[in-house]
Design a protein around this ligand. Structure first.
Ligand code: AHM
Ligand code: MG
Length: 341
């Protein structure tokens, strides 16, 4: 049997990639890995909620059984608050930023943006869900982190990753030097390097979109869906449609097999549904590092300047050629000047 490399070992080994690194990012990534294991344990037990007490109710110990997304949020906040490397967080579960100002966080250089448990419609039905995280170096000088620390474009991310709680649990992350994936071995309780140097195929055969919203999509997106469904031997069309409804799971499958995930504007979500800072940007960073592309339809996701913490954006992400095809069709059929004409 070949030797196993754990996430902890790998992170420490990669510290040397960063000149003058003092190990802060290493510790931060380790803290995230530990919180992910705790969340994984609870996600695995989720089906027992009916036996042990419904979420929201009182369990046999007299404790309130927390909803999983709130539990996950608390675990990540707790791990990063005591870790000493993070001075503020933003989470999908909290309206405002969470400032960290304690004895160990003095001198902390990083802020973390987080969707603690993404795929809310899949949480209670035993379908893959995920955690998404993004790490920035603070721009403020001292004290607890500030709102401005989070309003940096995605190009400034120092690291980003996700955890997928699926048929097996994986942690995938990048620090801007490629993408590596680790699978949790439950028998030893460690994430082990299973997918080194992940690369997304340039062209895929899968498109992932909630087609139930079809009538509300921009014309360019409708044209892309029709393009995917047309018969064409040279380009292996028609493509397959696969949609889980958990962005992490849909993205992860497409990263490995090749494909594109789309969440465009709809009339219900005129700015798109997904959040720029803790959903679109981290996935975009990973995708680009794997050789793929991420766009809002006309611009690179990572270059968008956030103006609000929970800002939304349309997202087209995955295999480079497929995202470029979408951009081409949006430019042709849906750009504002044409829509108004
Ligand atoms: P959430 O943060 O409330 O879970 O919403 C984000 C999720 C994504 O994981 C997924 O891609 C999308 O919402 C699914 O939305 P829809 O049900 O509209 O297709
Ligand atoms: Mg979410």
């Amino acid at each position: 049997m070949g030797s196993v490399k754990t996430l902890g070992e790998f992170i420490v080994e990669k510290q040397a990639d960063f000149q003058f690194s003092k190990g802060e990012l290493t510790r931060l990534l380790n803290d995230i890995g530990i919180a992910a294991k705790i969340v994984n344990r609870e996600v695995n037990k989720a089906g027992l909620a009916g036996i042990l007490g419904e979420t929201g109710s009182i369990n046999v110990h007299g404790d309130h059984v927390k909803k999983l997304d709130l539990f996950a949020n608390e675990q990540f906040i707790a791990a990063l608050s005591v870790g000493g490397e993070c001075c503020a967080m933003v989470s999908e579960e909290n309206e405002e930023i969470i400032t960290i100002d304690n004895a160990v966080s003095k001198g902390a250089k990083y802020v973390v943006a987080l969707d603690p448990l993404d795929g809310s419609s899949n949480i209670d039905v035993n379908v893959s869900i995920g955690t998404i995280f993004s790490i920035y170096r603070r721009t403020s000088l001292s004290g607890p982190g500030t709102l401005e620390d989070f309003l940096q474009p995605g190009t400034e991310q120092v690291a980003a990753g996700y955890v997928i709680y699926g048929s097996s649990t994986m942690l995938v992350y990048t620090t801007g030097k490629g993408v590596n994936g680790f699978t949790l071995d439950p028998s030893i309780g460690e994430f082990c390097l299973s997918h080194p140097n992940m690369k997304i195929p340039k062209q895929g055969k899968i498109y992932s979109i909630n087609e139930g919203n079809y009538v509300h999509f921009p014309e360019g997106v409708k044209k892309f869906i029709k393009y995917c469904q047309e018969e064409d031997t040279a380009t292996s069309r028609p493509f397959s449609s696969r949609y889980i409804g958990s962005a992490v799971a849909d993205f992860h499958r497409n990263l490995i097999l090749g494909g594109v995930f789309l969440y465009p504007t709809t009339s219900a979500s005129p700015k798109g549904k997904l959040r720029l800072i803790y959903e679109c940007n981290p996935l975009a960073f990973i995708c680009e590092q794997a050789g793929g592309k991420a766009s809002n339809g006309s611009k690179r996701i990572l270059e968008l300047a956030p103006s609000a913490l929970h800002q939304r954006s349309p997202l087209f992400i995955g295999s480079k050629d497929m995202v470029e095809k979408i951009e081409e069709l949006i430019a042709k059929y849906s750009l504002p000047s044409k829509a108004k004409a």
